[in-house]
Design a protein. Sequence first.
Length: 213
Amino acid sequence: MFEQKYTEWISSNLQEEENHRRCELLEKGLGHGTVEFLRTVWYPAVGNFNYLYPEWEVLDFYNGYRYLDLAYMPGGAKGGIEIQGYGPHARDLDVRRFKDLCMRHSMLALDGWVFLPIAYLSIKEEPKQCQQLILSFVGKFLSTDVSAELDWAEAETLRYAHRLLRPFVPSELASHLHLSDRHTRRVLHRLVELQFLRVAGEGSLRYRKYQLR
């Protein structure tokens, strides 16, 4: 499934791109670390490549161009992901390259980017931890606006569900809200009635799972 979706995603980016240099980079193929990140971290956690753009061009301070490994831009937001390798070039990073790397990160921050560097070794050795990191990263860009008809617990439950991006059980939410299990289940029941949430897994009331509709 990943290989098919990945191929379709790259093809779609190529078809929509008019920038010759970016097309060259895409046709050349993404780096090994980026592909492994997509295969073992991004796709298992998120399940799609929506709003994700490889080899995204950004302007630097000297009116030149640089390319992010991945840009995540839902609704005009700006999230950048770069895979940091660890080899002789990383261990022996010279002063000039180190200064350039810091300048690059600073430029992105000043231009409004939320920048997320991920070590290749973490992708290989700690994929589950990286997946949770990506879910939190994606959650930062989701709308947190809630209806005025909701009370504070209901509103915070929706924000919690947006940040978590996976089904959760009532006990998790109760711990987050610092409410009793009974009160938490009432909150969840009302949000299901209002069609903000849906039941994602049947079971007892205590172990039933919920997620965004």
